[in-house]
Design a protein around this ligand. Structure first.
Ligand code: UDP
Length: 246
C-alpha cells in the first residue's frame, strides 16, 4: 500500500493519507505525554501494544454491532482506519472515582459509582480540555442533540462490553476516554484508540494496593515505575482473553 503524506501528528499517533481518500493510516508512537503535554517521555513498545490492544477491542466491538473506524492492522503499530471527521469532544465514562473526578468533586479515590457516569470534555488543548455541560456542547455546536444522545448510548454500551471483557482479564475498569467521528454518510463511528493510555485499569487481584494495582498511564503520569511492564501485562491478558473466547 502506498502512503502519500503525513496529514497530522498528534501526541500518540501520526496520521497518514493513503491512495484512497476514505482510508487513513494511523501510526502509533511510543511517545507519551501527560498534563496537557507539560510532561513528556517515551514508553518503549507502547506504539505496538496500544495498536494491538485497540485493534482487538475494536474487532470485538464490531462483532457486537458497534461501528468503529477500524479496518485492519498491516503492522503491529499501524492501523488502517476509515476517514472520519472527529467530533471535538472527549467522552469519558467512569465506573470508579479517580483522576479529575476526585480532584473536582472531593469524592475519595476508589469510590464505586452507583451507575456509570458519562462526561463530555471539549477537545481543545489551548483551553485545557474543559468539562462541558450538555448545553455548552450544544451552544458550541460540537454535535447535534441527536448525536449527543447516540454517543451517550454508545458510550454506555461500550462500557458494558469493556467491563465484561476486562473482567475476563482479571482487570477492573475504572474509567476511560472515547472519541467518535462522522463518516461521509454522517454515521457515528467509534474512533481513536482504547488502550492503557486512555483507560484506567486496575489489577483486580491487587485492587486494594494503590501502587501495585495500576496497569495504565497513571504509572507514567505519577512516576510510579514499571510502566512498560504494566502495558505488556495488559497486552498479554487481552490476547489471552481474546484467544480463549475464539
Ligand atoms: N483521558 C485520556 N485523555 C485525556 C484525558 C483523559 O485518555 O486527554 C482518560 C484518562 O486516561 C482516564 C479517563 O480519561 O482513563 C479520565 O481522565 P480524567 O478526566 O480523570 O483526567 P486525568 O486525571 O487523567 O487528567
Amino acid at each position: 500500500m502506498s502512503v502519500y503524506s503525513r496529514l497530522y501528528e498528534g501526541k500518540a499517533k501520526v496520521i497518514y493519507s493513503t491512495e484512497d481518500p476514505e482510508i487513513l493510516l494511523a501510526d502509533f508512537k511510543d511517545d507519551a505525554t501527560a498534563f496537557n503535554a507539560q510532561k513528556r517521555g517515551s514508553i518503549v513498545g507502547k506504539g505496538n501494544i496500544n495498536c494491538i490492544i485497540s485493534s482487538k477491542l475494536f474487532q470485538e466491538l464490531e462483532t457486537l454491532g458497534v461501528k468503529t473506524h477500524y479496518i485492519d492492522s498491516p503492522t503491529p503499530n499501524q492501523m488502517r482506519v476509515k476517514a472520519v471527521k472527529i467530533v471535538p469532544t472527549e467522552v469519558v465514562v467512569r465506573n470508579i472515582a479517580a483522576g479529575s473526578l476526585c480532584q473536582q468533586t472531593g469524592l475519595p479515590l476508589g469510590t464505586l459509582l452507583k451507575q456509570p457516569l458519562v462526561e463530555f470534555y471539549y477537545k481543545n488543548d489551548q483551553l485545557g480540555d474543559p468539562l462541558l455541560t450538555r448545553d455548552r456542547l450544544l451552544l458550541l455546536e460540537l454535535a447535534t442533540p441527536e448525536q449527543v444522545d447516540e454517543i451517550t448510548h454508545l458510550a454506555l454500551q461500550i462500557n458494558q462490553f469493556l467491563i465484561n471483557f476486562f473482567q475476563r482479564c482479571d482487570i477492573t475498569l475504572v474509567d476511560f476516554k472515547l472519541e467518535f467521528g462522522l463518516d461521509s454518510q454522517q454515521q457515528i463511528l467509534l474512533a481513536d484508540e482504547i488502550s492503557p493510555d486512555t483507560c484506567r485499569l486496575w489489577d483486580t487481584s491487587a485492587v486494594n494496593d494503590p501502587e501495585r494495582r495500576v496497569l495504565d498511564k497513571d504509572r507514567f503520569r505519577k512516576d510510579m515505575g514499571n510502566v512498560e511492564n504494566a502495558y505488556q501485562e495488559v497486552l498479554n491478558r487481552v490476547l489471552k482473553a481474546v484467544e480463549s473466547h475464539n
